[in-house]
Design a protein around this ligand. Structure first.
Ligand code: GAP
Length: 439
């Protein structure tokens, strides 16, 4: 069993590249720092993480609806939300080697971690993290736009639209998954901190007097989501923010932290954003962003509880938590013990040999399974090596078609974690796998 040893990071990064999870972006041009592309296996993993979030946060609830808001946004939104003034990190430059660092992340604020020189760092200056660009052909300030640094503002500016069209009333939530962009001073640790990333955020609008209760509720729900999807209890924790750590809009925040190879670090934040955003946008836009309770003729601005997760960061944590190595018959096997719900492929269909009489029934079995699950198909190499390849990408079941299949119309189903094999009739195969995969 691999623990949090210092080589785990390297191993996961290497596996990601070797097996098509995650590639350095623009690699053929020397790579573009801090951006990554999700390959054929990684895109499935990432989709599954997002699908599981959507299922839990929207599909299985009656009080949350979805949204897909635009990424390009006018300065008014960020002026009002406070991001133009406050969304910055303290930047210091090294006068010796020219390296730039985030002052709040330095172990020793007087020494440059790149060249080791002491007393060489400049005074910190606030560096705004938002990407700014121009929309339209005329370059003037009226066409200035920003790439959103969080998806959350999309929910606030659409609050009235959603309220009026969905007939929801507090407590209710608006959920969104999408790309966000931050000009991070020190991106790094693979996809942990990048300049372009995906968020999964939900704004839960509640009567102000219920805010504390819902804040605690969402801390618990979100912590359980990771545990339920297979992150071990000793690798995930909830950490309450101290007063001086709170964002400009928050009255309480807790981080869900994962034990990464470099230590505990943030996976998700749950914040009580109070009525800050709705009130600010109402004031700036002149729109009424309130809830009118027709029962008692009361009007109020809801408080907001926000669970804000990173999809790309969560995918990395799931990979790290699932990575394992074990000795099998004097050989090392690498296995990703991913929960089947987030495993890129659920099943691999493997004809024992490339002989034409096995290919046809294998294709038929594949055709039987594909409408239900994402399947891989592989007819190259020895069967043992093909099992190992599937173990490495976390495929929970392999279905092997052999020469006996031609007589008994049955296949061998091999389970990833235990490596046990069972003979299952093809007529009962979908049902057999449904019992195991549709959790
Ligand atoms: N709306 C609140 C908000 O955006 P945040 O803590 O700044 O809060 C939420 O971001 C989550 O988004 C983080 O917990 C993290 O998982 C993810 N995230 C933030 N910045 C990121 C980055 N540069 N790269 C990858 N993921 C990031």
């Amino acid at each position: 069993m691999v623990t949090n040893d210092e080589t785990l990071f390297e191993k996961v990064v290497n596996l990601s590249k070797r097996r098509g999870f995650i590639f350095q972006s623009a690699e053929i041009y020397g790579g573009f720092r801090s951006t990554y592309d999700y390959g054929p296996i990684g895109v499935q993993l990432l989709r599954n993480v997002k699908d599981q979030w959507w299922r839990t946060m929207v599909q299985l609830r009656q009080d949350v609806v979805g949204l897909d808001a635009s990424i390009l946004s006018p300065p008014a939104i960020w002026e009002t939300s406070g991001h133009l003034q406050n969304f910055s990190d303290p930047l210091v430059d090294c006068k010796e080697c020219g390296a730039r660092h985030r002052e709040d992340k330095l172990e020793d604020p007087t020494t440059c971690p790149s060249c080791g020189e002491s007393s060489c760092l400049t005074e910190a200056r606030e560096f705004n993290l938002m990407f700014r660009t121009q929309a339209g052909p005329v370059v003037d300030t009226s066409a200035e736009v920003y790439l959103r640094p969080e998806t959350a503002q999309g929910m606030f500016i659409n609050f009235a639209n959603v309220l009026n069209t969905s007939r929801k009333k507090p407590p209710f939530g608006i959920a969104q998954i999408g790309k966000s962009f931050r000009n991070e001073i020190t991106p790094g640790n693979f996809v942990f901190r990048t300049r372009e990333f995906e968020q999964m955020e939900m704004e839960y609008f509640v009567p102000p007097e219920e805010a504390d209760e819902w804040y605690r509720y969402w801390c618990g729900e979100r912590h359980n989501w990771y545990l339920n999807l297979g992150i071990p209890d000793n690798k995930i924790r909830l950490r309450e923010h101290a007063e001086d750590e709170l964002s400009h809009y928050s009255s309480a925040t807790a981080d869900i932290e994962f034990l990464f190879p470099w230590g505990w670090d943030e996976l998700e934040g749950i914040a009580n954003r109070t009525d800050y955003d709705l009130k600010k946008h109402a004031e700036a836009s002149g729109s009424r962003l309130e809830y009118h309770d027709a029962n008692n003729e009361e009007r109020y601005t809801p408080y907001v509880i926000e669970p804000a997760a990173g999809a790309t960061r969560a995918a990395m944590a799931f990979l790290m938590a699932a990575y394992d190595e074990e000795e099998v018959n004097d050989d090392m096997r690498t296995v990703l013990r991913l929960d089947p719900r987030i495993a890129p492929y659920k099943i691999a269909v493997l004809p024992l040999s490339k002989k034409p009489e096995l290919i046809e029934p294998s294709q038929e079995v594949l055709g039987l399974l594909q409408p239900h699950w994402m399947c891989d198909y592989d007819q190259t190499q020895a069967i043992g090596r093909r099992y190992r390849r599937q173990d490495e990408i976390g495929t929970p079941y392999c279905v092997t078609i052999d020469f006996d299949t031609l007589d008994d119309q049955a296949v061998t189903v091999r389970e990833r974690d235990t490596m046990t094999q069972e003979r299952i009739p093809i007529v009962g195969l979908v049902e057999h796998l449904s019992d195991r995969l549709n959790l």
